[in-house]
Write a protein that binds this ligand. Structure first.
Ligand SMILES: Nc1ncnc2c1ncn2[C@@H]1O[C@H](COP(=O)(O)OP(=O)(O)OP(=O)(O)O)[C@@H](O)[C@H]1O
Length: 323
């Protein structure tokens, strides 16, 4: 192994995944060969349709599932050879609360900290509970809490041992809009305090709102990993909608071949173009419309959402893959 160059300061990734694969006993290949570096202090969103391999990936990193091949370093510790040190760096917020229903909030989080061999630190636990608005509930039994509060307990448990990396598996599935906003603010606060966050989500809006970078996984393969903004710039399309003065029966033959669609009522023309394209072609389009005597009373543009980009990526990635 070559020594790192001393002259170039370089931030090592906090999580380094190489050639990671999983074939379940059934023979199902849930992960093919995933390479992924997670940067310190980022919020990384892992997106993928059902069964894509998100939970398998998280479960391997957290030591719940054994990898069939490949390696993972968590803050420099190999998750197999140095399991305890690696695991202590990681907090996992699972989708559901499975145990502890009869325990109080306080004893649950205290126990979680102890499980990682960390010395008792009530001041830290108090801080965690206060930041999650759970301090007043510290003596309540978990079963007596609302669904939203239970979710907060899951986060408190995951933070009890001060992990550097926090995995959130579908953190806001099934929660109401208000709690979702609270969760997002909380995740941002954690990131601002230096925790690296990796979240999986079905809500693309969540990734769009929160993530610095996005990875899309499909059929056990990472289809794309990029900065959110770059992804939206590179893969996004824009649409220009022209609201016409008078309805058209059809797109005139002179405009055939243009990426144009006419609405059912004939009153709007929608022109689609690449955000990255050097020339949008709008000037030409407007000239041709004028030549045809087609007037419009208004126009607006719309950028494709991350959701549209995601759907097109997954669709493309799925071609030729297993059904
Ligand atoms: N223990 C197992 N044995 C066999 N196959 C499994 C096992 N666990 C998961 N799988 C399969 O592996 C694939 C990936 O599952 P995984 O749970 O990682 O997907 P996911 O992306 O997390 O999906 P979801 O969003 O639905 O949770 C699925 O086809 C699933 O059926």
């Amino acid at each position: 192994m070559g020594a790192p160059c001393p002259h170039v300061p370089r931030m090592e990734p906090i999580l380094s995944i190489r050639g990671l694969g999983k074939t379940y006993a059934s023979g199902h290949v849930a992960l093919k060969s995933v390479d992924l570096d997670i940067r310190r202090g980022e919020i990384f969103a892992l997106l993928g349709p059902n069964g894509a391999g998100k939970t398998t990936l998280i479960s391997i990193v957290c030591g719940i599932v054994n990898a069939s091949r490949g390696s993972v370093l968590a803050d420099g510790h190999d998750i197999v050879r140095e399991f305890r040190q690696a695991r202590a760096k990681i907090g996992l917020v699972p989708q559901e609360l499975s145990t502890d229903a009869f325990e109080t909030v306080w004893s649950t989080v205290r126990l979680s900290r102890g499980l990682f061999g960390k010395p008792r630190d009530d001041a830290h636990l108090e801080k965690v509970l206060r930041s999650l608005s759970l301090w007043d509930k510290r003596d309540s039994k978990i079963m007596a809490l609302s669904g939203g509060m239970k979710r907060r307990v899951l986060i408190a448990k995951a933070l009890a041992h001060e992990p550097a990396i926090l995995f959130l598996d579908e953190p806001t599935a099934g929660v109401d809009v208000e709690l979702r906003r609270d969760m997002w603010n909380l995740v941002r606060e954690l990131r601002d305090k230096g925790t690296t966050i990796i979240l999986t989500t079905h809500y693309i809006e969540e990734a769009e709102e929160m993530a610095d970078r996005i990875g899309v996984i499909n059929h056990g393969e990472l289809v794309v990993v990029d900065e959110k903004d770059a992804l939206m710039r590179k893969l996004g399309k824009k649409q220009l909608t022209l609201h016409l003065q008078a309805p058209l029966a059809a797109i005139p033959a002179e405009l055939a071949g243009q990426p144009l669609e006419l609405s059912d009522d004939g009153l709007s023309l929608v022109y689609t173009f690449d955000v990255q394209g050097e020339r949008t072609g709008i000037a030409t389009l407007l000239r041709r419309l004028a030549d045809q005597g087609i007037d419009f009373r208004d126009l607006n543009t719309q950028e494709s959402s991350l959701e549209e980009i995601f759907v097109s990526l997954v669709h493309r990635g799925g071609k030729g893959g297993p059904a």
